[in-house]
Ligand binder design. Sequence first.
Ligand SMILES: N[C@@H](CCC(=O)N[C@@H](CS)C(=O)NCC(=O)O)C(=O)O
Length: 88
Amino acid sequence: MMSDTVPALALYVRPSCPYCVRVTEFCQQHQLSLEQRNIAEGSHLEALMVGGGKRQVPCLRIESASGEVRWLYESLDIIAYLKAHLVR
Ligand SMILES: N[C@@H](CCC(=O)N[C@@H](CS)C(=O)NCC(=O)O)C(=O)O
């Protein structure tokens, strides 16, 4: 059940990146719908560089209900986060 206390998540990706595919396949397997932001489009790359500090994808942007933002790199760390927080 989603609520205001659940962090807002967005996954920064490049569709051709195998590490991004690893995360998106995990989401599909567990019926998680995560907003994806392709860094080849719009200002997503700039947001990633400014916010996260590097251009590497995948990167999960986690915005808490209080507005605090965390940028989580590394596909396996992202999957571990999703497992811990979203997979039931
Ligand atoms: N160990 C990382 C590897 C991620 C990675 O190498 N991503 C590549 C794309 S496939 C990338 O963003 N390279 C550009 C960079 O690191 O600046 C993971 O598992 O997420």
